[in-house]
Design a protein around this ligand. Structure first.
Ligand SMILES: [Zn+2]
Length: 301
């Protein structure tokens, strides 16, 4: 089975925290044990917003990519290049502060292998406003220009962390449907980081993509969760009509607590089992595990 995960913060652990790869939540051995074909590793923009040293942080994380390839993981620039049975990875940005300096930076980072970018993390930047700050503000004019450049270059625009104002701007003014690399359902857990049913319906209507986050705080009000809780969020998106646009966005190495039986990628089998228990067939699982992401990137052109 082709299994894809659209978000993790392992490069922050490696490049900024200087944690050895063997001490990270995601290790090559666990990716192999869990049968994860395609892991996305994010270059996080840094904690201090537009004034922070995001360039240095992104560079430190990018330098850590070598540790992944040295450990036998293969970098690809499209999900379609990953082969079932191997452990490949893709790069993303979490917070697009590195695009502040000019639109040419979008092509530069694409050249370096980045194929998806979350416009904001938890702080306001030159592009837009996160859900953590407020729901209403719109993307800036510069933000719209960044989005158009990303879309022109076939880079997925990621709405995880973005506020509702910015989210709807993408549907009004963007040319290609966005993805949410690591987001859950507000209907099941009322947290600002989660997507409302209205947002999920738009993603379904326009052919976006949603990787469901494994963070217990986003999965359930009391923070208690296991593989069945993740399956419940996936099932909710499917109930809304999203069986063709949903998948996994673990957030491993970015979260400090875990679903009881899905604490690292080596335990992905427990999640597949939970989805089976929800009545999903092998064929439906193939789509959720990775087929939907492959289709989404095919739609990006
Ligand atoms: Zn995040």
């Amino acid at each position: 089975m082709f299994i894809a995960d659209t978000h993790s913060d392992t490069l922050f652990s490696l490049g900024v925290m200087r944690r050895p790869l063997q001490d990270c939540c995601i290790t090559p051995q666990r990716l192999q044990a869990g049968g994860v074909t395609l892991q996305t590793f994010a270059l996080w923009s840094g904690p201090k917003g537009p004034e922070g040293d995001y360039e240095a942080i992104a560079e430190a994380e990018f330098a850590a990519v070598k540790q992944l390839t040295d450990a036998g993981l293969r970098m690809v620039t499209s999900p379609a290049d990953a082969r079932e049975g191997e452990n490949a990875f893709m790069l993303s940005l979490e917070g697009c502060e590195v695009f502040h300096k000019g639109l040419e930076a979008v092509a530069d980072w694409r050249e370096r292998g980045v194929r998806m970018g979350a416009l904001v993390w938890n702080n306001v930047n030159r592009i837009g406003t996160p859900a953590k700050v407020n729901a209403a503000d719109h993307l800036t004019d510069y933000g719209i220009a960044v989005v158009h450049e990303m879309q022109r270059l076939g880079m997925a625009v990621d709405v995880s962390h973005l506020n509702e104002g910015g989210f709807y701007d993408l549907f009004r003014r963007g040319h290609v449907p966005p993805m949410a690399s690591h987001s859950c359902c507000r209907h099941l857990c009322d947290h600002f980081r989660n997507l409302t049913d209205e947002q999920i319906r738009l993603m379904i209507r326009d052919g976006g993509y949603i990787g469901v986050n494994f963070y217990p705080v986003f999965l359930s009000g009391d923070g208690r969760s296991d593989s069945l809780t993740i399956a419940r969020h996936i099932d909710h998106i499917c109930q809304l009509g999203g069986a063709e646009i949903v998948g996994f966005g673990s957030d491993f190495d970015g979260i400090e607590c875990f679903p009881e039986d899905v604490q690292h990628p080596g335990q992905m089998g427990n999640l597949l089992q939970a989805l089976h228990s929800y009545g999903y067939t092998d064929k439906a699982l193939e789509k959720i595990c990775g087929g939907n992401l492959l289709d989404y990137f095919a739609r990006l052109g």
